[in-house]
Design a protein around this ligand. Structure first.
Ligand code: GLU
Length: 470
């Protein structure tokens, strides 16, 4: 093969970018960048009833979010009807297609009668029909010989031609079938590397027969990527699993973490270090090293990756990236948000969140008029341990009011002293103070939080909580 390697990602727009699609895109983009090749985008939108313009845009937004770019304007199959019509005409002229009026039900019934698998439509034959209502165009597959290809991941893959049905290349409504458009476009776009999900392995011999029929006898390099399964080892499903990349974005996963995690679905670097910058992945990645066995999408592992990336952010970046969660859809009125206060707490919050959508709950006590009390926390600390909560809060109101300097270390010492006078260690002693002021039992370190909140608000909340005690 001569010239620059050309890879492509060819999604059908279905509403969102499937995490498996995102992985396929990366496994094209990465080797393309490594080899100094080109990465192209082809939108497979021939099914005009199912495709929507905003989805096409959304796909590109999601790919860019993950850090991918492409080298030519995206190709839209919906704009290339002439190319497919021309290919169909050439196949027809060569006597390789015929009209057929078998419905899916016909094919399934016959397959069942012959003990074959339902859905296998290998039994249509040319009955000399002309074009007409309800008639599709089928491609005549050879009855003898084999069609084979070499796959970088699977090795040599061989199909007996007599197992390949005469497949449809143009539907009865005149729309070209996926395989036809897919094969024609790869030739037209001079694609040298076809990297895609393993569900396309069985279609590959048909794709190759079409290419040959159109005069292309050389083959692209193939790599069929392993299927992605959930924790129960079931194939990821749209209904059961979180498969939309955009959903992860909207829950505050970082694009770098997400891309890094997706790369590990079927591939690992030789030194075993999985969390690393994309520039290093681009150097180390080899399609030959991708596994054949299925790859499990493990949200806990993704969380671990994301937590690592969140903690590695410069604080200013963490603040900036958190802002969408703090400024819109936050549980407090926008005018109560104060970025300076958030900046003070940010390093502490950054250590404690896995995804950015957790940030508001960590700091809501600062921006809400009064704390959002967690019922379970109130019951555990204020009701069941009211014997400790009441004297602690009373003691702290007095001690905090008398503090000369409102600093976290002074607040710490004062709380410790009140606790000691009640025979309570700091951990137990600070719990009612935390619940009174933040509404929760967990959050950023307490004394730094109180320092940010200020004396007036803190004392007001301690007093209000005392009044609420049983
Ligand atoms: N539109 C196909 C899909 O989304 C593309 C298959 C291919 O990459 O050749 O699965």
């Amino acid at each position: 093969m001569t010239g620059v390697p050309r890879f492509r990602f060819a999604p059908s727009p279905t509403g969102f970018l499937h995490v498996g699609g995102a992985r396929s895109a990366l496994f094209n983009w990465i080797p393309a960048r490594q080899m100094g090749g080109q990465f192209l985008l082809r939108i497979e939108d021939t099914d005009t009833e199912r495709n929507r313009e905003e989805w096409v845009e959304g796909l590109q937004v999601a790919l860019r979010w993950l850090g991918m770019d492409w080298d030519e304007p995206p190709v839209r199959q919906s704009a290339r009807a002439e190319l497919y019509a021309d290919a169909l005409a050439r196949l027809g002229d060569a006597g390789l297609t015929y009209w057929c009026d078998c419905t899916t039900e016909d094919v399934q019934r016959r397959a069942a009668e012959r003990g074959g698998k339902p859905g296998y439509d290998g039994f249509c034959r040319d009955r000399g029909l002309g074009p007409g209502e309800g008639r599709a165009l089928r491609f005549r597959t050879p009855d003898e010989g084999e069609t084979s290809f070499t796959d970088l991941i699977r090795g040599d893959v061989v199909f007996r031609n007599d197992t390949l049905e005469d497949f449809i290349v143009q539907r009865s409504n005149g729309v070209p079938m996926f395989l036809l458009a897919n094969a024609v476009d790869d030739v037209d776009m001079a694609i040298t590397h076809v990297v895609r999900g393993e569900e396309h392995v069985n279609g590959t011999p048909k794709y190759l027969l079409l290419r040959q029929a159109l005069g292309m006898f050389d083959q692209p390099v193939f790599a069929h990527l392993p299927v992605i399964v959930n924790e129960k080892r079931q194939k990821l499903s749209k209904r059961r699993d979180d498969v939309a990349l955009e959903g992860y974005r909207d829950r505050g996963y970082l694009p770098e973490a997400m891309a890094n995690y997706l790369v590990t679905l079927g591939w690992g670097p030789p030194d075993g270090v999985e969390i690393r910058p994309m520039s290093e992945v681009v150097d180390l990645f080899r399609l030959e090293d991708v596994t054949k066995s299925s790859a499990a999408f493990d949200v806990k592992k993704l969380d671990h990756f994301n937590g690592e990336y969140v903690r590695a952010l410069p604080t200013a970046t963490f603040v900036r990236q958190s802002l969408p969660w703090l400024e819109t859809d936050a549980p407090w009125p926008p005018e109560r948000f104060d970025i300076a206060k958030f900046e003070t707490l940010a390093p502490l919050v950054q250590e404690r969140v896995t995804v950015l959508s957790e940030v508001p709950a960590m700091v809501d006590f600062v921006f809400l008029e009064s704390p959002a009390f967690d019922d379970a926390a109130w019951d555990k600390v204020m009701v069941r341990r009211v014997d400790l909560a009441r004297p602690m809060l009373t003691g702290c109101v007095e001690a905090f009011a008398a503090l000369e300097h409102w600093t976290s270390s002074a607040l710490h010492d004062a709380t410790l002293a009140v606790g000691e006078s009640l025979d309570a260690k700091l951990g137990k002693a600070q719990a009612p103070v935390r619940v009174a002021v933040t509404g929760r039992t967990v959050g950023p370190p307490l004394f730094e939080s109180l320092e940010v909140l200020g004396r007036d608000v803190t004392l007001e909340r301690l007093t209000a909580a005392l009044a609420r005690l049983p």
